[in-house]
Design a protein around this ligand. Structure first.
Ligand code: C2E
Ligand code: MG
Ligand code: MG
Ligand code: MG
Length: 292
């Protein structure tokens, strides 16, 4: 019986790159000490304006470098963090680190980019989340309006009312909300109405098929139109090809993010790139050149 359970867990817990973890408990317990062992790191990916080719924002993406398993994808460990409650201290660490980095890049003269931080609906179970986040924001010195919280449409949002109260409080200070993976979730339009995001991120699935010019690329265009009608900024994620970039630019999409611009990179590499450019412009200059 025990063996059967162990086997089931092993099957259940196979990650995207095919690692079979020895056991979930082992990973769970190493996740508990991940912060004091300093195994977490943030990578950053640019968000580039299609009108001017400039970096408008950065998304902070969490990486766990496990001493045994190597890099573990957030898609694999965020769910465990949510189940075990570790998402709270980890989420705090992500927010603090990303906000500090934004302030540092700004002080270094690289630009006053928005900083996007992914938040889990589980973090909103804490009814003091807004006050707590505002404390971290104040401590790190980021301008609240430069912070964007990215949240996916999710069934895990049990108590939408409570989430709205918290978001309203944060919004009063200027903190922005982005709905992540827009169109792939459960209640897109209801969420837009209730959560009042300032940014919609078109889900990668609607971008990756633009090259085929099928139904789904009309979805991308439709989301851009929705954003225009509601005065919400639209950002396409997962842009990998020039054809996608071209289509989105013509559709009137505001910003793009994806491997076509850059892979998520550690702080040191971003700093180096920004530093050698002297400003934020050169990295995306080739995009502009390609567009004209
Ligand atoms: P997301 O927020 O939708 O982030 C976009 C994901 O797509 C990232 O995967 C990014 O590396 C990947 N990506 C970016 N451009 C491209 C592209 O052109 N092509 C393809 N194929 N992929 C691209 P990543 O970093 O593995 O993160 C996966 C998800 O994990 C994120 O999806 C987000 O939901 C979650 N996540 C990441 N960091 C955090 C965090 O700090 N807190 C929480 N709660 N969730 C996080
Ligand atoms: Mg995101
Ligand atoms: Mg996304
Ligand atoms: Mg996603």
């Amino acid at each position: 019986e025990a063996k059967k359970n162990a086997q089931q867990e092993a099957v259940f817990f196979t990650n995207a790159i095919g690692i079979h973890y020895e056991n979930r408990l082992g990973l769970e317990s190493s996740l508990r000490s991940v912060l004091c062992r300093r195994e977490l790191e943030l990578y950053y990916q640019y968000q580039v304006g299609l009108d001017n080719g400039q970096i408008e924002g950065m998304e902070a993406l969490l990486r766990w470098k496990h001493p045994e398993f190597g890099f573990i994808s957030p898609l694999d460990f965020i769910p465990i963090a949510e189940e075990t409650g570790m998402i709270i201290p980890i989420g705090d660490w992500v927010l603090r680190t990303a906000c500090e980095q934004q302030r540092i890049w700004k002080e270094q003269g690289y630009g006053d980019f928005r900083m996007s931080v992914n938040v889990s609906p589980y973090q909103f179970h804490d009814e003091h989340l807004a006050d707590h986040f505002l404390e971290i924001i104040a401590e790190t010195g980021i301008e609240p309006s430069r912070l964007v919280l990215e949240m996916t449409e999710s069934l895990a949002i049990h108590n939408v009312e409570r989430v709205i109260v918290q978001l309203d409080k944060l919004r009063a200070y200027g903190v922005q909300l982005a709905i992540d993976d827009f169109g792939s979730g459960y209640a897109s339009l209801a969420y837009v109405k209730q959560l009042r995001p300032s940014i919609l991120k078109i889900d990668r699935s609607f971008v990756s098929c633009i090259d085929d010019m099928d139904e789904d690329c009309r979805m991308a265009g439709a989301i851009v139109a929705l954003g225009k009608a509601l005065h919400i900024h639209v950002l396409a994620e997962g842009v990998e090809t020039e054809a996608q970039l071209q289509f989105l630019k013509e559709a009137g999409c505001d910003e793009i993010q994806g491997y076509y611009v850059n892979r998520p990179m550690p702080e040191s590499e971003i700093s180096q790139q920004l530093g050698s450019a002297g400003n934020s412009f050169y990295i995306v200059k080739r995009l502009l050149d390609n567009l004209d």
